[in-house]
Design a protein around this ligand. Structure first.
Ligand SMILES: [Zn+2]
Length: 329
């Protein structure tokens, strides 16, 4: 009897984590479907392609995740419209939900789902408000770009959103969370957590990344879906590539031996795509190499809507390596 209980208990323990993982996956699928439904509705009323809404939403969701001064999203959408923008700057009631008075005061808020109130916490009201705002400028790319610039007043934000537009347009899906380790797992490499270590060269600097040691010429791969934001020489980083993913994260690959043929700024990349190879370039004028053992310097940076800062890539590298190993088994 006792043995059976033990067996059942052990089996339950084994099944449980798998079940929660599957449930999480399903929740994710449901939320992606819900979001796509909202974007498509906005597309239907405005004639603006869905991926513009997806890009704005994705940008804002990830800004909110890292900002303390903004409330966390509660619905399917991540777009946050400030009360005074929603209700109109001259409206004495910033929490106004009356579509008529809001429009009198030039607020962005509208009643998108026909329930009589303009609720800035209702996903349909929010997405239709954004659709109408963009539509006021025009429905072609140039006019949407202008609308975005006027709304955010920050060219970096506009660039980040338009980068996502390109990626969503190409893949026609919201499911672009896949990641891989930057080096092929079969290659000979080693790395440890060196985040924050002191670096002597070029004054007192903190080490903003993880060094992955490997031989010259080992392929370096994109770790994510993203867009090549930077490619070129820097006296510290040598030949380097910067890739912006759909979560506003910037992935920095430095000290490369060289780049893949045809790699160019603005290009869309995906997990596993080879972008260059391991080298020891850097710490001098263009072309300098061999001042240290060959390795890939991997850095990660996050944009929060007004600034960008680096964070420790080591835990991410570990988890991508683990996930990839599990998949190839
Ligand atoms: Zn480094």
């Amino acid at each position: 009897m006792c043995r059976w209980i033990l067996v059942i208990w052990a089996a339950a323990l084994l099944i449980m984590p798998m079940k929660t993982l599957a449930a999480e996956k399903m929740d994710e699928d449901v939320i992606y479907e819900k979001r796509m439904e909202l974007y498509k509705k906005a597309e239907a009323v405005s004639c603006i392609p869905w991926y513009y809404f997806a890009a704005i939403d994705q940008y804002e969701r990830h800004v909110r995740q890292v900002r303390r001064d903004l409330p966390k999203p509660t619905g399917a959408l991540g777009i946050y419209i400030k009360p005074e923008i929603w209700a109109g700057p001259l409206n004495k009631n910033p929490y106004d939900t009356n579509p008529f008075t809001i429009s009198q005061f030039g607020g962005l808020g509208i009643d998108g789902n026909g329930d009589g109130i303009a609720n800035r916490k209702d996903d349909e009201d929010v997405i239709f408000a954004i659709a109408r705002y963009l539509q006021m400028y025009g429905i072609d790319h140039q006019h949407i770009k202008m609308a975005l610039w006027n709304y955010y007043q920050r060219s970096k934000t506009v660039d980040l959103i338009l980068g996502k537009v390109k990626i969503y347009k190409k893949y026609q899906t919201l499911k672009l969370d896949g990641h891989v380790f930057p080096l092929p797992l079969r290659a000979n490499y080693s790395y440890r957590d060196t985040w924050g270590d002191a670096r002597g060269w070029g004054g007192r600097r903190m080490h903003e990344g993880t060094d992955i040691f490997a031989d010259y010429g080992v392929p370096v791969r994109s770790t994510c879906y993203g867009i090549v934001e930077l490619k070129g020489w820097n006296k510290y980083g040598g030949w380097r590539v910067g890739i912006r993913d759909i979560n506003n994260t910037y992935h920095y690959f430095a000290h490369l031996n060289g780049f893949s043929a045809n790699l160019r700024e603005g290009q869309i990349v995906e997990p596993g795509m080879v972008i260059g190879s391991v080298g020891s370039s850097g710490y001098g004028p263009p072309g300098t190499a061999g001042k240290f053992p060959p390795h890939l310097h991997y850095g990660m940076y996050k944009d929060n809507g007004y600034t960008e800062w680096s964070f420790d890539p080591y835990p991410h590298l570990k988890s991508w390596e683990r996930m990839e190993r599990r998949k190839t088994k």
